[in-house]
Design a protein around this ligand. Structure first.
Ligand SMILES: Cc1cc2nc3c(=O)[nH]c(=O)nc-3n(C[C@H](O)[C@H](O)[C@H](O)COP(=O)(O)O)c2cc1C
Length: 359
């Protein structure tokens, strides 16, 4: 006997069924068994969930990320990991149930929602096609095929949605951090060029693109810079403050440590601008905008950077690196894998910074 049930009205399966209906058992319809499966997911109840899944043959699952799982163990692990997630919701819309004597399938839309650390919601809507057969008089799933429909982020209490690409770009910008200590992990030249390629797409006055990017990787040179930078700082401090010898020694020790860390990256980039460019009054803006792009591109590839002014005075740096007179030094930034990503320092409330229309 063939029986097709097409659910013309979408069924939202949030409700808890009476306890008895939670248990899979012989004689239940496919739709009832599917509801048990969904309820088990809502209740993070792996035992009941697996009462609706075959125990006698391989199980096939294609995840929303396109991964193929071929064993029950893998299917079990997927769910037991998911059940550990906090702040998870999964409303389900049942679209179709097709039931023959020993075989059937269900098609449903699962709306997976999880709160992210930033308080936003990650949403993944997917079609789930589940194939069932009869096993000891009970409906048991033998395959679970997931087809993603839409992946997006949403703000709490707001209707605006951000697709994953939009959310990714906004996140990278927010997650850029000034990093002051690095791992020695090498940065491939390919990555350096990608980062600089992003830097050169910054806007410039009259499209003048007045940049030079000086890339420094030579450890010996960087170690020499460390010693020099310490002397530069002490010299300028002495000029400004006329300190006692003990104070100088303590500054040397402190700054020596800071410079050891700040100069621990495998790559440094000096962003320079040509003061003889067509619109010289604007080269500082052009240079700074390129630094912004550079830092964000580096973050996207997993690297930390930093805008350090105190340690690297322009006149001294120009002599040290034999930079031609016509160039101005905008920034000397490390590029490297952070020893640890720093916490976000306090940022002003957005409302404090925004004025609409006119003061
Ligand atoms: C123009 C400028 C100059 C800076 N100079 C220094 C510096 O001399 N030493 C330092 O440790 N950080 C310096 N910074 C980095 C800031 O301290 C850092 O951007 C700020 O604390 C915010 O942290 P975040 O970049 O991780 O958001 C500078 C940043 C800018 C934009």
């Amino acid at each position: 006997m063939k029986r097709i049930i097409i659910c013309s009205i979408v069924l939202l399966l949030f409700v808890n069924f009476p306890a008895i209906a939670f248990q899979n058992k012989p004689g239940l319809s496919l739709e009832e068994t599917f509801k048990i499966y969904v309820n088990a997911i809502h209740n993070s109840d792996i035992k009941t969930l697996f009462s609706t899944v075959t125990s006698k043959r391989d199980f096939y699952c294609i995840s929303s990320k396109g991964e193929l799982f071929k064993t029950l163990k893998e299917y079990y692990d997927i769910h037991s990991n998911r059940f550990k997630e906090e702040n998870r919701e999964m409303p389900v819309e049942l679209i179709e149930v097709y039931e023959e004597k020993d075989f059937g399938y269900t098609i449903a839309v699962f709306h997976y929602k999880r709160k992210t650390q930033s308080g936003r919601k990650y949403n993944l809507d997917s079609y789930f096609t589940m194939i069932f057969h009869k096993e000891d008089g009970m409906w048991k799933a033998i395959a679970d095929i997931c087809t993603p429909i839409k992946e997006y982020f949403s703000e709490e209490d707001k209707n605006i949605e951000y697709d994953v690409n939009q959310a990714y770009v906004l996140n990278v910008i927010k997650n850029r951090r000034t990093v002051r200590k690095f791992k020695p992990t090498p940065v491939p030249e390919e990555h350096i060029m990608k980062i600089l390629d992003s830097a050169r797409f910054a806007p410039t006055a009259g499209n003048q693109q007045p940049w030079k990017f000086l890339v420094v990787r030579d450890r010996e040179r960087l170690d020499r810079l460390k010693k020099e930078a310490l002397l530069w700082y002490v010299e300028s401090y002495e000029k400004r403050k006329k300190p006692a010898d003990e104070e100088i020694n303590s500054i040397k020790e402190k700054l020596g440590k800071i410079l050891d860390d700040v100069l621990s990256a495998p790559v440094y980039i000096a962003v320079l601008v040509d003061s003889k460019a067509k619109y010289p009054d604007y080269v500082i803006y052009d240079g700074t905008l390129a630094v912004g792009n550079l830092m964000i591109a580096a973050r996207a590839l997993g690297y930390g950077t930093g805008f350090f002014t105190t340690f690297f005075p322009e006149d001294k740096m120009k002599k040290f690196f034999k930079i031609p007179d016509r160039y101005r030094l905008i920034c000397f930034t490390p590029v490297g894998v952070p020893e640890k990503w720093p916490d976000t320092p306090p940022k002003k409330d957005l409302k404090e910074l925004v004025v609409f229309e006119s003061f």
